[in-house]
Design a protein around this ligand. Sequence first.
Ligand SMILES: [Zn+2]
Length: 302
Amino acid sequence: MDKISTVAIVGGTHGNELTGVYIAKKFSNNQDLITRPSFSSQVLFGNPKAIEQCRRYIDKDLNRCFSRADLQNAALSSYEDTRAKEIQKILLSPQGKPYDVIIDLHTTTSNMGLSVLLSSEHPFLLRLSSYLSSISDDVKVFCSPKSQNGVYLDSLSDLGFAIEVGAVAQGVLNADLFQKTEKLILAALDYFEGYNQGTLFDIPSTLTIYNYIGAIDYPRNARGEIEAMIHPQRQFQDYQPLHPGAPIFITFDGQEISYEGTSTVYPIFINEAAYYEKGVAMCLTQKKTVTIYHPKRERQIR
Ligand SMILES: [Zn+2]
C-alpha cells in the first residue's frame, strides 16, 4: 500500500455530539497537534448548521447522505444532501483523489467506551485497530461491512473509520471521554506517521472484532408507539454476551420480554437516543478473533 498522504478529522457530523465538535475546534485552533512530517491533515466541521443549533441534524441525518447515487443526484437538495456534496468536494486532495484517511468523530448514549467503527476488514485498518487496542483497554472494534455504496461520511475514503465514544448524553461534554478520544486520535496520527516512516510498532497478534449481524427494534403497537423499555439488566451492557432467553425489554407494567434468538450475541448501541427514530433498540454483533497480518517492518507482541 502507498504511504498515507492526506488525513481528515471530522467533528460535528452530528451537531449535538459535542466531544467531536470540541476536539475539532481544539485541533483547528492548534494545528501543530495534528501536524506530522509525512502527511497533511485537515479538520472539518461536518454539519455547521446543526452544530450551531446543537441538534443532530437540520433536515435529515447527514451521516446517511453519502451513497454514490445520492451524491450524484442533483434533485436531492435538503441542507444535509447539499452539505454532503460539499464535503465530498472538500475532502479531495489537490490531485483530485479522495483523502487517504477520514476519521469521523461521534458520541453515543450507549456504553460503548472507545469504539472504532470499521466498514471493512482492510488489513491496514485491522493493524491500526490492533495498535489502538494495545494503548487503551477501553478500545473496542466494531465492523459493519458496507456495500460498495457506503452511506457514511467516512465511506468517502477507503481507509475511513469512525470513533464512537460513550456513554455520554447528547449536547454534553464529558472531560474523561474528551481526553481519551483526543489521545486515541493522536495515537492514530502517530501510527500513520510511523507507517510512512517504516517504524516498528509493537502490536498484538490477534484482535477481537464485533461484527454486525442485525438490529432489534422496541416492541411497538399498531400505531408505532413503543410498548417496552430496555430491560434494566441490559442497560449499559454493551459488548456483553446476550444469551437466548435472557430479558432484553420490560413493559411499562413490568413484564419482561426475553431475547428469542438461538445463539449468544453481543449487543451494542443499546438504548442509543438517536436510534429511537430509526427503529433500533440495539444492534447485534458476533464476536470473533482475527489474526493480524504483519508486514515485515512491524514487530508483533503476545
Ligand atoms: Zn454520531
